[in-house]
Design a protein around this ligand. Structure first.
Ligand code: PLP
Length: 429
């Protein structure tokens, strides 16, 4: 690359990723093939519309490409319809709201402090200015059980047009059957939506339940977390697929068409076909048997890391994990806030993020918790036997947070360990 300013930063980022251990649960390492597709010439092409119905000529390569991505996504998740154009997770959620709701309509979603995502009703978002968000919570923070009785009461009272299951910081599985039964009680206008941004790869790999098996109508997801694809979004639905150019009635059968129209022209312009190429590659990778093994290992590593952290004195929200992510209350455990813990761990090459714990009494920028997970380190090749080492480094770094010499020594240890595990993009798959 001739632009040395950018090339140097790319090289430095590659080294940072190679020399550290990525514990942020929403991150992963993509394959060489995904990177190549992402850097492909498809970035040059405008292709507003959908395969066979575009506003520009020259679509003889983009049409089969996007169709391939759509077919692979449908196969992976057992969907009737896939829209592979969302630029990311938030635009995917916003498009679904736009497709189904009128201004002022209600969405019942998980409380942000109990694990929900910003796009599920944070007052600073555009969606929260347009729609009415009501939230449900956990009944018991020690076990992570959702308060389904309260959820039902809220649903019958507010008659939500969307009942939304999904989370960014919840270490347990949801009971989709209960969600579906509650939505049926509310009536036909209540659409069941799952935001599976975090666990899509676990669903694809067969180690987490698929909401479609429980009657959900729509699934949104990011493609870059456990699914291990490029940064992007995806909307999957069940129902009849008709031409996106007609103005359909807002019925559950018409959801695919409503969603397509909500993405284009509703909320986005031209699709990013180079990203769609990379999504197609990632979907094919996730359809391979090796991906099942990967997903199983993500879970085994998460349970092993949670156990090892508890042995080091970390108090975990919900007492452990049933998925890929762990939420630890470092304030109760060690009397420090999550920002201090994140800073100390960053210094030794362990990357994770500060996070609020349920009903946190500390402010959002220095909350009580840290959030971490195993998708990226599992891609790198770490197994259960490596988890006690990571937990021990975490505890040592927290103890030595003001001792630069000790932190440097730990950083050297992490670096030489990490270098034994190449980045997947180093290998041609
Ligand atoms: C549940 C959930 N939905 C949506 C998103 C948003 O995705 P993006 O950052 O790609 O817009 C996230 C990202 O963290 C998420 O966890």
């Amino acid at each position: 690359m001739k632009d040395t300013a950018v090339a140097d930063l790319i090289a430095a980022e590659e080294e940072r990723e190679r020399q550290g251990l990525e514990l942020i649960p929403s991150e992963n390492y993509v394959s060489r093939d995904v990177l190549e597709a992402l850097g492909s010439i498809f970035t040059n092409k405008y292709s507003e519309g959908y395969p066979g119905k575009r506003y520009y000529g020259g679509q003889e390569c983009t049409d089969p490409l996007e169709t391939l991505a759509i077919e692979r996504a449908k196969q992976l998740f057992g969907a009737d319809h896939a829209n592979v154009q969302p630029h990311s997770g938030v635009p995917a959620n916003e498009a679904v709201y736009f497709a189904w709701l009128e201004p002022g309509d209600t969405v019942l979603a998980m409380d942000l402090g109990h694990g929900g995502h910003l796009s599920h009703g944070n007052p600073m978002t555009r969606s929260a200015h347009i729609y009415n968000f009501v939230s449900y919570k956990m009944k018991n923070i020690e076990t992570g059980e959702i308060d389904y009785d309260e959820l039902r009461e809220l649903a019958l009272k507010h008659k939500p047009k969307i009942l939304l299951a999904g989370f960014s910081a919840y270490p347990r599985e949801l009971d989709y059957e209960k969600f579906a039964a509650i939505a049926r009680e509310v009536g036909d206008e209540c659409m069941l939506m799952a935001d599976m941004a975090h666990i899509a790869g676990l669903i694809a790999g067969g180690v987490a339940k698929n909401p479609f098996d429980y009657g959900f109508h729509v699934i949104t997801t990011t493609t870059h977390k456990t699914l291990r694809g490029p940064r992007g979004g995806l909307i999957l639905s069940k129902g009849t697929v008709s031409t996106p150019l007609r103005a359909p009635e807002k019925t559950l059968e018409n959801l695919p068409t409503l969603i397509d129209r909500a993405i284009f022209p509703g909320t986005q312009g031209g699709p990013h076909e180079h990203v769609i190429a990379a999504k197609a590659v990632a979907f094919a990778e996730a359809l391979r048997p090796e991906f099942k093994t990967y997903a199983q290992q993500v879970l085994k590593n998460a349970v092993a890391l949670a156990d090892a952290m508890q042995a080091e004195g970390f108090k975990l929200v919900t007492g452990g994990t049933s998925n890929h992510l762990i939420l630890a209350d470092v304030y109760t455990s060690f009397g420090i806030n999550g920002k201090v813990a994140e800073g100390a761990l960053d210094k030794i090459g362990l990357n994770l993020n500060k996070n609020a714990i349920p009903d946190d009494t500390l402010p959002p920028f220095s909350p009580s918790g840290i959030r971490l997970g195993t998708p990226a380190i599992t891609t790198r090749g770490l197994t259960e036997k490596d988890m006690p080492t990571i937990a021990s480094w975490m505890k040592q770094a927290i103890d030595a947070r003001d001792d630069e010499e000790k932190l440097n020594q730990l950083h050297d240890e992490v670096r030489s360990f990490a270098l034994k595990f190449p980045l997947p993009s180093d290998k041609v798959s």
